[in-house]
Design a protein around this ligand. Structure first.
Ligand code: C2E
Ligand code: CA
Ligand code: CA
Length: 684
């Protein structure tokens, strides 16, 4: 160590040594910079960066060596072999290239191995360079120092690139220092190894010439290395810029430049973790109302214009603790971090103000609104997804009740609505996969006990919930409009099954009010009859008065067309709901079905019996059979028979089932044999 220090201080021009070290430091820094580019590139571009980095490494090592040699002072005359000098540069470049390529691999050990190869390149360059340095004297080598210099170069080279295996800024600074140290340590230890015995004093290169050569070499090499480093810098910047642009594109909505769904979700998750230093957080979901009208009337370009203008207004009202995003289409969302509830109220007020003034454009003016749902953390949800879903549910409610005011999530109301929506979605699938079956409930004539027909009652075979009764899904199907396709399937299926029955019983099918309003109904019925081969007289359609009340004229037209085909029409659930005599007068019903709620009372309530009697009389007058529904007890049957009902249906004679009833059993239930009275025997 001492000898090396002595060699530097006593045998070198210290100014030129400083210059050499400067070249070494700048060159090493450029090498590390270029090395970073190799890592971020692939294919041919990677190869290009390897070449450029190898040139920078070779030039640095070579120039450091050259300038340091010029700093070396000896009494003996010195000449330089230009060919060997050039060859030493080529060797450095050629060997640095594979070293850098290996070091750039991300596999463990590659950094160390590649760096060691660079260390070998530095050493080889030095000793080749020394052979170009022709000195007129006796040169002896201290081989221990030679070995030490090579060992230092290889080890420090390896360490320098090993440090770069973890991508940290301070690691790069360390790597630059260690690489510089590798070059410098090799050179000066190598110089210490060399001893020159001066044979004759003479005129070799003068000090001035050497200094000039050193400065010129330093400048030329710095220009080369500098150019390479600048190109790395520009490339890094451009890549960083395009990365930032791509990231912005990925996280922002292209049309409005507001954060998109993905970045909103990220923001929400971030706030859940950090809380943003605020006590509370709310998620606000917005769905635009009347936006579709603008799109439909003025075109999509106008819709886009409106969304951009709205986004500008929204962006203008947000405060630092708030963030507004466009989730897609006409759906916007916001997250608000706050300490006091008034801050949230204030945000909602500002939001309301955004929609208060219409949006005025050259071609049109649009007054839009928003249905808003709010969910509060952690009251309504413990994570981003839960809170978003709850705010969404609250927004749905605001939308369904057309509320311009924000709706706050309410578990009772919103969860029920969600369950209904889910059931509607499942119902849609069930209709597609025909996951239903029909059960049949027997109807029998009071006078004879004969089976007159069956009523078809639908059931939903749900994969997880089991058999769902029609009362749980028919109203839902009516609301969502799924009733028409479902009703079509029921009609076809009922006709199909009835056509296969051994007895020519009538099949009664319930017709929903919505289906009666469907212009395709008559065709559907005709097709169902034709496809199944069921004769029209064997089909009866049951409908309630509400079906006729809606669009009375059209309903009557439809019913007349159906009657003309020979189909029977029954008035279902008579006595509840509208019950207008006018309906009875205008529609030629074949049968009136007295609602089960009356039948349930007739054993105990005289008034119910009076109604039953009146309806039976009405039926006789209008020439319509009266059927009592929901007969469960023999007593109820007896009263229905006494008051003049023509037929009954109810659990007494049979529950709805997939299989048909045994006629004999039905008759026995309808007409029980009078109890045999024991004969009176007189004891004589
Ligand atoms: P609904 O047309 O009044 O059908 C009679 C309902 O009363 C059936 O219930 C039947 O199982 C039940 N019932 C029959 N006898 C008795 C009895 O003695 N006691 C009691 N407590 N109940 C009895 P279900 O099958 O649950 O059907 C309920 C309602 O769903 C039907 O009332 C009808 O409005 C509707 N529905 C059923 N199937 C269809 C269908 O295929 N299409 C349409 N649109 N609606 C249907
Ligand atoms: Ca019915
Ligand atoms: Ca009924």
């Amino acid at each position: 160590m001492m000898r090396v220090a002595m060699c530097i201080t006593q045998e070198h021009d210290l100014r030129l040594v400083a210059l050499a070290l400067l070249v070494c430091l700048i060159g090493s820094s450029a090498t590390i910079q270029l090395f970073g580019r190799i890592r971020s590139a692939s294919g041919q571009i990677r190869l290009g960066w390897i070449m450029l980095a190898a040139v920078a490494t070779g030039t640095t090592v070579w120039a450091t060596h050259f300038v340091a040699m010029m700093a070396f002072r000896t009494q003996a005359p010195v000449v330089l072999d230009p060919l060997m000098t050039l060859l030493s540069l080529m060797i450095a470049i050629a060997l640095a290239a594979p070293g850098l390529a290996i070091a750039a691999h991300r596999r463990t050990g590659c950094g160390l191995a590649g760096g060691a190869i660079v260390g070998v390149a530095i050493a080889l360059m030095h000793y080749f360079g020394m052979s170009a340095y022709r000195v007129d004297g006796i040169v002896t080598w201290a081989w221990g120092y030679v070995a030490a210099s090579v060992l230092l170069s290889v080890t420090l080279g390896g360490v320098a690139f090993y440090l770069l295996t973890t991508p940290r800024a301070w690691r790069r600074t360390q790597a630059v220092s260690v690489l510089s140290l590798a070059v410098a340590a090799l050179h000066f230890t190598g110089m210490t190894a060399m001893d020159i015995a001066v044979v004759k004093l003479g005129d070799g290169l003068s000090d001035l010439t050497m200094a000039g050569l050193a400065i010129a070499t330093a400048m030329a090499s710095l220009i080369i290395v500098g150019c390479a480093a600048i190109s790395a810098l520009i490339d890094g910047h451009t890549q960083g810029e395009s990365y930032r642009r791509l990231r912005r594109m990925a996280l922002h909505d292209g049309l409005t430049d507001l954060p998109n769904r993905m970045s909103f979700h990220e923001e929400l998750e971030r706030r859940f973790l950090m809380k943003d230093g605020r006590a509370c957080m709310a998620v606000v979901m917005m769905d635009l109302s009347r936006f579709k009208v603008v799109n439909d009337t003025y075109g999509h370009h106008a819709g886009d214009q409106l969304l951009i203008a709205l986004a500008t207004r929204l962006a203008a009202i947000v405060k630092p603790a708030e963030c507004v995003a466009r989730l897609g289409g006409d759906e916007f969302a916001a997250v608000v971090s706050y300490d006091r509830p008034e801050e949230l109220t204030d945000f909602l007020d500002r939001l309301r103000a955004v929609f208060a003034t219409p949006f005025v454009f050259d071609r049109f003016t649009a007054a839009i609104g928003a249905n808003t749902g709010v969910a509060l953390a952690v009251h309504d949800g413990f994570d981003a997804d839960a809170l978003l879903a709850k705010a969404d549910l609250a927004m749905y409610r605001a939308k369904s009740v057309h509320s311009p005011e924000p709706c706050f999530y309410d578990a009772q109301m919103d969860d029920a609505a969600r369950d209904r929506r889910e059931l509607v979605a499942e119902l849609r699938d069930a209709i597609e996969t025909e996951a239903f079956e029909l059960h049949f409930q027997v109807q029998a004539a009071v006078a004879t006990g004969e089976i007159t027909g069956y009523e078809a009652l639908v059931r939903w075979k749900h994969p997880t919930k089991g058999m769902i009764p029609p009362t749980a899904f028919i109203p839902l199907a009516e609301e969502s409009g799924e009733i028409v396709p479902l009703s079509r399937w029921i009609l076809q299926q009922a006709c199909f099954e009835a056509a296969l029955w051994p007895n020519r019983h009538v099949i009664s099918v319930n017709l929903s009010p919505k289906h009666l309003g469907d212009p395709g109904l008559v065709d559907t019925v005709r097709t169902a009859l034709e496809n199944s081969g069921l004769s029209p007289e064997r089909l009866t359609l049951e409908l309630t008065e509400s079906a006729i009340i809606h669009d009375r004229r059209f309903a009557l037209e439809q019913l007349q067309a159906l009657k003309a085909m020979g189909i029977g029409i029954a008035l279902d659930d008579f006595g509840v709901g509208y019950s207008s005599l006018d309906v009875l007068r205008s529609v030629p019903f074949d049968c009136i079905k007295l609602d089960a709620s009356f039948v349930a009372e007739i054993e105990h309530d005289e008034q119910a019996v009076s109604i039953l009697r009146s309806v039976a009389a009405l039926g006789r007058t209008l020439n319509m059979r009266v059927l009592a529904e929901g007969v469960e007890e023999p007593g109820q049957l007896a009263i229905a028979a006494r008051e003049g009902c023509a037929a009954i249906q109810g659990y007494l004679i049979g529950r709805p089932s997939r299989t048909l009833m045994d006629p004999e059993r039905v008759r026995r239930t309808m007409m029980p044999k009078p109890r045999s009275v024991p004969a009176i025997t007189s004891a004589a």
